[in-house]
Design a binder for this molecule. Sequence first.
Ligand SMILES: [Zn+2]
Ligand SMILES: [Zn+2]
Length: 280
Amino acid sequence: MSANRRLRPNPPSDGSESADSGILNEGILFLIFQSIKWDLRTLCLTASVNRKLQAVAKRLLWRQMCLYRAPRTVAALASGAPNGRIGGGWDALAKLMFYCCGCQSTRHFKVGQTVAGHFVKTSRFSKTSGRSFLSKKSRGDMLYVSDPCEHRMGDMEDDLGVYRGIFQGFMRSRTRACLVRRKVDLEQLVKCPYCGARVWSMKTAKLIPKSAARRLGSHDGGLEYFVCVNGHMHGTCWLVSLSSDENDIEDDSEIDDDGAVRRIGHEDRTATNGSMSSAG
Ligand SMILES: [Zn+2]
Ligand SMILES: [Zn+2]
């Protein structure tokens, strides 16, 4: 029967991928990945084998992995998108869920050394956290933001926090309308690390509210973030040392309704409470 035929492996000497070869059968691929719980590394490897598998991953597998890992948030994101299509694609969303993009110096945020991007084991994203990054007029927008991934920069320096997020329905958001209305220029040198599109600097746009620094546990002004034309957000901040400024942070803190906390263990860098979680 046809299912058996599709499952039959390719002859070992034949490196071709005919249309009915098992590995390209989407139904079989789906079942394989379901059985291994949409393992991220296997999916990355599969998508990098050749163009056909990359296309299948883009169209089907990344979406399913996102759905498996964060069903409610993905449903919310898709509901705010025309035809359920996520801005920048599902592969970009998957990368955003599992990859800290690191940091290099930008116009408004200088670092002594470049920090490489890396996979993260667990990340949780929070709508409540996202609200802190929206200017007053844009508070109606829906933005999910991760807690900062912490990077040690040296004994004499504050830790670096790297965070990321995504807007629901960015095309219709007030944030985008505001950026367009103010004719804020897109950055020349920075691209979105998740989809490769151009970005706005929210610092240049003067759209960073004070609540963002409080949320991150950063100095006022000690942060920058970018939003790409597809609604992905990525940013950096200097994290105030708890030992020296603990009381200041306490005074400034707001208790969030989803109970998110600011500072976390250095080893397991990204886990706090939130609305969207991804475990790899
Ligand atoms: Zn990181
Ligand atoms: Zn992007």
